[in-house]
Design a protein around this ligand. Structure first.
Ligand code: ATP
Length: 881
């Protein structure tokens, strides 16, 4: 839709409303539907990505593949058609599997982006309603507060302390203040202070705006920006491996060249034969499938996390979340259910208990008493709405405010006053104030943290009420204080609020812990991850909930005030041992992340408000709340929790560890296998022995195993015990000494067994072709056993579960076994690959050697794990001492 209004910034708000045939109470539902059909959804036109052909071709754009294609050209000129065919088949298989899987991965990423779609609050039929951002139409009245993303181009109708960050549109990084006054028609975009632009962020204040342009008609739509480039499916590890693979292929080419020279001049082999052998070596050694398989492993991880309600916004987060050693989480809604009920009230008249469940405004109050002024303030100083859906009461807005409305309902008061002005709640000043007018006159009503509100009141016994608030908090209740004052003016003045209010009373709200959070905290502890609660709530409430949730050290609480007194070095010391931080503001979160990181810890930090963005960016894994979180927090985060649940963070950690393990497994399987395969040929050439496998055969093995077996590892489920291990070090290299040792050992065992079988067969009087067939089959058998070994790098492979494997593993193994039987026993394939049928006894021998190989590496692993385990316990004992 294009804007129906020219220069709305230069017109008055009323003129804009008239021009769009809209009113301050918003459109009716029917009118909104009609306009949606006429103007189309409020969405940017889709950017056309690369076409399928180009995307397919991109799979050939890789140094490893260039080498293979070069080899194909040379074999073709030498008229070794079979070899050319096999090499081309390897390249094609790689591209097809890569293309199909990448398509799936991209579809999954697109679906995930969809889950992050913007929602916005509008007025429809005079009621506040949260709708999908795409449903906004010109004429809609949109309600915004700090942290929201502006969903369309809006003419500001009402603004309070409003500022927006418009860098994406104007390049100006400092937030711009906004108000309702018209500006000159020819003002530059950045100077049109009466407008809010689609895609920008509200950094402070609240606003009510009239949608004047939507979708492609908006400023951002017109310049076609916003379309944050298609994210690459990569992480630091994958990029590092890509780099490694490139260097490895250069090294392999160099070695292959030297081998050719050596074989021809020193070994006096025929050039033709020598060349084919060298091609075989190079193809076998190059891990051409590795990049694709690693990308697929990541994509599977992203999907697995999404299934558990953790949405990955930046791929590197998958690696980061798997390595966290501390999780800093807020309390309300994450550790607790955020389903609040007012359970207690304390007024100068006495203490009251309030019964009732959920948000239904029904429940008794004992003892009987007059709570009407307290309840009225609770109902008026409130932005939420309750909806009765056939007996099911739900909240629109903040659950705590919903609970206050239910409480007011129980007392029997309803919201019947006009709001003239408001100061919205901010976690830095911890109160909210409204100025309202009814038949009785004008009044200010304030609600907020008790210590804050009590200080605004005159003639009140601070110590007494402070103690009563503490007593409620110790019961784990969330405590709010309410106050009011008669007014004459028509604006609220923050400075004038600081004294002279009349204290009305306290309310205590229950917010029960999530049962699953208790289990998740325990799981974190067994996984060597410390959980810390960083909340804006009262110290007493925080400590009570921390104890119920099972945090390691719920007794010691540091408040924001305490933190302010510590310098960075002291904070680093304290932050490590204290688990509960109360009455904190977003700035404290940033200091805490930094302090924990200074201790060498890898930190996950949650956040929801606009001011949490710096802490989320600074954390190793920044996590935003999907439901109650602001758009600003989501944009700064690496991960978004679709259900705001702490248990989801732990599920994400488990998936993150699984992805890392699987990447490691893919690498640990590929490198030694490739080394083993190629060294068999290299050794034969260097020592001048007969070739135990021919060039075509080695190409064939590579074709059928490289991608299939490696790919099976991308689908590995979480190993049992994954969450019983301490977190890996963030900087631990994947190409560790352990891995290098594994490569050397497996390659040596491959060499010994293949040459052993080959020599045995020749010795037994078998033909050269039969001996080579046996050697080739042995290589495949060894690779399969190696796969079963790699599946359990952290535990034992000798369990029923390990043998049972997964469907993917057995499908691949059965397919490869069938293919091996085919090339060994089917005459037409025998001619192509130069094979001969293997007698049963020799076949069994091959499998037996495979089993022995498996036993050796498994025993070696058990010894290594045992040593590591005892070193770890010695280390634990010594650090404890
Ligand atoms: P968490 O940081 O774990 O989500 P929280 O929700 O308690 O905890 P804040 O939202 O910063 O943290 O709230 C801090 C305090 O401010 C609360 O304990 C309460 O006393 C007060 N408060 C919270 N919301 C409101 C509100 N809408 N109006 C008035 N006061 C509020």
């Amino acid at each position: 839709m294009t804007s129906a209004l020219t220069d709305p910034h230069a017109l008055s708000g009323d003129a804009c409303l008239r021009a769009l045939d809209a009113g301050p109470a918003g459109l009716t539902g029917a009118e909104a539907t009609r306009r949606l059909a006429a103007h189309g959804p409020n969405r940017m036109p889709e950017v056309r990505g690369r076409g399928p052909v180009l995307r397919f071709l991109m799979h050939f754009h890789n140094v490893l593949i260039y080498v293979l294609l070069g080899a194909a050209v040379v074999t073709a000129t030498l008229q070794h058609w079979v070899d050319t065919g096999v090499i081309l088949a390897v390249v094609m298989a790689n591209a097809v599997i890569g293309f199909v899987q990448e398509g799936k991965a991209e579809a999954a990423m697109a679906a995930i982006r969809q889950m992050l779609a913007l929602r916005a609050a509008v007025l429809r039929d005079g009621q506040r309603l949260t709708v999908d951002g795409a449903e906004i139409v010109p004429g809609d009245i949109v309600l915004l507060e700090a942290g929201d993303k502006v969903p369309a181009d809006l003419r500001v109708l009402e603004a309070r302390g409003l500022a927006a960050q418009e860098a994406m549109l104007t390049g100006e990084s400092v937030p711009v203040e906004k108000d309702t006054d018209p500006v000159a028609a020819d003002a530059a975009l950045g100077d049109r202070r009466s407008m809010l632009w689609s895609g920008t962020l509200v950094t402070q204040g609240t606003a009510r705006g009239l949608a004047v342009a939507t979708g492609p008609g908006t400023e951002i739509g017109r310049i076609g920006g916003l379309l944050a480039g298609v994210e690459q499916l990569t992480t630091p590890l994958v990029a590092q491996m890509d780099h490694f693979a490139r260097w490895l292929s250069f090294l392999i080419l160099l070695a292959a060249g030297l081998l050719l020279v050596y074989g021809y001049f020193v070994g006096h082999h025929e050039f033709d034969e020598m060349f084919m052998a060298v091609v075989g070596v190079a193809v076998a050694a190059i891990p051409e499938g590795l990049p694709a398989v690693m990308t697929i492993t990541l994509a599977i991880g992203v999907q697995a996390m999404a299934r558990r309600h953790a949405i990955v916004r930046r791929l590197p987060a998958i690696e980061a979340i798997g390595s966290v050693s501390v999780i800093c989480t807020d309390k309300t809604g994450t550790l607790t259910r955020n389903e609040m009920v007012v359970a207690a009230a304390e007024t100068p008249e006495g203490s009251f208990t309030i019964a009732g469940k959920g948000y239904a405004p029904l429940g008794s109050i004992t003892p009987a008493g007059d709570l009407s002024r307290l309840a009225l303030a609770a109902a008026l100083c409130n932005d939420a709405a309750l909806h009765d859906r056939s007996g099911q009461w739900t909240v629109e807005g903040d659950p705590m405010e919903g609970a206050l409305l239910a409480f007011a309902g129980k007392v029997g008061v309803s919201r019947a006053a006009d709001r003239l002005d408001a100061i919205p709640f901010d976690s830095r000043h911890r109160f909210m104030a409204v100025l309202t007018e009814d038949l009785g006159g004008r009044r200010t009503q304030v609600k907020g943290a008790p210590e804050r509100v009590l200080r605004m009141c005159g003639g009140v016994d601070y110590a007494h009420w402070h103690d009563r608030a503490e007593a409620l908090a110790r019961r784990g209740l969330r405590v709010l204080a309410l106050a009011e004052r008669v007014e004459t003016g028509d604006r609220l003045d923050a400075a004038a609020l600081e004294c002279g209010l009349t204290f009305l009373g306290l309310v205590g709200l229950i917010d029960p812990p999530r049962p699953e959070a208790v289990a998740a905290v325990a799981e974190c502890h067994s996984a060597g991850i410390r959980v810390k609660m960083i909340t804006g709530d009262h110290a007493g409430t925080a400590a009570a909930i921390a104890a119920q949730i099972g945090l390691a050290n719920p007794r010691r609480v540091l408040t924001g005030h305490d933190l302010d007194k510590l310098d960075d070095a002291q904070l680093a010391l304290e932050a490590a041992s204290v688990d509960v931080f109360a009455r904190t503001s977003p700035e404290h979160k940033l200091r805490l992340v930094t302090a924990l990181q200074a201790n060498g810890l890898s930190v996950a930090m949650t956040g929801d408000g606009v001011n949490d963005a710096p802490a989320l960016k600074r954390a190793d894994a920044g996590i935003a709340m999907g439901l109650k979180g602001s758009e600003a927090a989501k944009e700064a985060a690496d991960l978004v929790l679709a259900d705001d649940n702490f248990a989801t963070i732990v599920a994400a950690v488990r998936e993150g560890r699984t992805v890392w393990d699987n990447l490691k497994k893919v690498i640990s399987w590929t490198l030694p296998t490739n080394a083993g395969e190629s060294l068999v040929v290299v050794l034969a050439l260097l020592v001048g022995l007969a070739m135990p496998v021919t060039a075509v055969q080695i190409l064939w093995i590579n074709l059928i195993t490289a991608i299939t077996l490696g790919l099976a590892l991308a689908f590995e489920p979480t190993e049992s015990g994954t969450m019983a291990r301490p977190p890996r070090r963030r900087d631990a290299p994947i190409l560790s000494g352990e891995l290098v040792w594994h490569v050397v050992m497996v390659a040596a065992l491959f060499l010994a067994s293949v040459f052993g079988v080959f020599a045995y067969a020749l010795d037994k009087g078998h033909s050269l072709a039969l001996a080579q067939t046996m050697a080739m089959n042995l290589l495949v058998v060894l690779e399969i056993f190696h796969l079963f070994f790699i599946r359990n790098i952290h535990g034992t492979s000798l369990t029923w579960d390990a043998v049972k494997g997964t469907r993917v593993v057995w499908t691949v193994v059965i397919a490869i076994t069938a293919a091996q039987f085919a090339v060994t026993y089917l005459p037409p394939l025998q001619t192509i690959l130069g094979t001969e049928p293997v007698p049963l006894a020799d076949g069994l021998l091959i499998v037996g050697i495979g089993a022995t190989f498996f036993a050796i590496i498994e025993i070696e692993k058990q010894i290594r794990l045992g040593l590591k385990g005892s070193l770890l316990s010695v280390w634990r004992r010594s650090t404890r001492a």
